[in-house]
Design a protein around this ligand. Structure first.
Ligand code: BGC
Length: 346
């Protein structure tokens, strides 16, 4: 892989302010697959721009992505952003399942701004709840969404990564998921032969379904993503979307011997699988909700980041400026405790 100087502003005809005159990007002229370990080394520190484009409509959940967010994120020391996207709410329900042009343009704009700020950018299909409830009825639509997304972004640089589906669950069982992601991958490869693709696990993206993941041997240009929210009663205490979670309010995380050893145990499980399968790992979501006490959140976040560093896992904190937020968009200030835990000096 070579490094080229690319003038993003001219390439994308951006209607935005360019951060600087030029930036250095790896470019893959000969379309040979990138080295996913090399790409993965750029995916931390990272942060999710959650609760924005994966809401039914951007803004519905309080967050509308502002161009300046990317400057703020970059200046804080992050190298990449993950942008969850609910494509399924912006495409025709029936064949040919065309994605709305205005939505596509909005996504292009957001990605262009992220890349122009030298941030590696992960996009996905997020909150396609219907396919998790009724997989066979939505398979064709899901694959057609990927056909469109792949074509739209086929000429984008390797700093743009595709993640096939956020947290498959329920009726999209581990077995079915193996079939569905392989089919999506085949479609993506028709137009994006060299792009690094990210695949998560079934059963909500956690460690549990890692051993069920069956990735085609000949597909080496992949990164495997795991979401880490353990202990769930701690990270999701008081979360309005988790029934019964008010009862967990007050759960602390103090880095006790047991807590740390449980966390290490989880990371060891991931590492053992990754070594055995020779796949790079991306902790694409982790975070503790704002109703947990800040000291516990800071400690827990710092421990996750440290373990990721030890094990060479990349990561993206969940999330930038909403309920788990490391940044307060109303005051324009970072939560210094969380930011300190995330951006640690080696
Ligand atoms: C979901 C979010 C949720 C977060 C933590 C994400 O995958 O998309 O809605 O807030 O996990 O539960």
């Amino acid at each position: 892989m070579k490094f080229h100087l690319i003038l993003y502003c001219s390439i994308f005809s951006l209607s935005i302010m360019c951060p600087s005159s030029s930036a250095t990007y790896p470019e893959n002229d000969d379309k040979t697959p990138a080295d996913p370990y090399e790409i993965n080394s750029h995916l931390f520190p990272g942060i999710n721009l959650g609760n924005a484009l994966e809401a039914p409509d951007e803004g519905d959940w309080g967050v509308t992505i502002q161009d300046e967010y990317f400057r703020i994120i970059k200046e804080a020391g992050f190298q990449h952003v993950r942008i969850p996207i609910r494509w399924s709410a912006h495409a025709e329900v029936d064949s040919p399942y065309t994605v709305e042009i205005n939505f596509t343009n909005r996504i292009k704009h957001v990605i262009n701004v992220a890349l122009a700020h030298d941030l590696f950018t992960v996009i996905n299909i997020h909150h396609y709840e219907e396919i998790c409830q009724n997989p066979s009825a939505h398979k064709d639509r899901f694959l057609t969404l990927w056909r469109q997304i792949s074509m739209i972004f086929q000429d984008y640089p390797p700093e743009l990564l595709f993640e096939i589906l956020n947290e498959p669950h329920d009726n999209l069982t581990p077995d079915l998921w193996n079939q569905y992601f392989s089919a999506a991958l085949e479609i993506i490869r028709q137009t994006n032969p060299s792009r690094t693709v990210i695949i998560g696990t079934a059963n909500w993206g956690g460690i549990g379904a890692l051993s069920a993941l069956d990735i085609p041997e000949d597909e080496q240009n992949l990164i495997v993503t795991i979401h880490y929210y353990e202990p769930f009663q701690f990270t999701h205490q008081g979360a309005e979307w988790v029934a019964g979670s008010d009862a967990w309010l007050g759960t602390t995380w103090s880095a006790s011997l047991n807590q740390v050893s449980e966390m290490k145990n989880h990371f060891n499980q991931i590492k053992a699988w990754a070594d055995d399968q020779n796949r790079p790992i991306y902790i694409g979501e982790f975070g503790a909700y704002s109703r947990a006490d800040i000291n516990s959140r800071r400690l827990w976040t710092g421990y996750v980041v440290n373990l990721c560093r030890q094990y060479n896992f990349s990561w993206a904190y969940w999330e930038f400026c909403s309920g788990f937020g490391a940044y307060d968009r109303t005051t324009g200030a970072w939560n210094t405790q969380l930011l300190g835990a995330l951006i640690q000096t080696p």
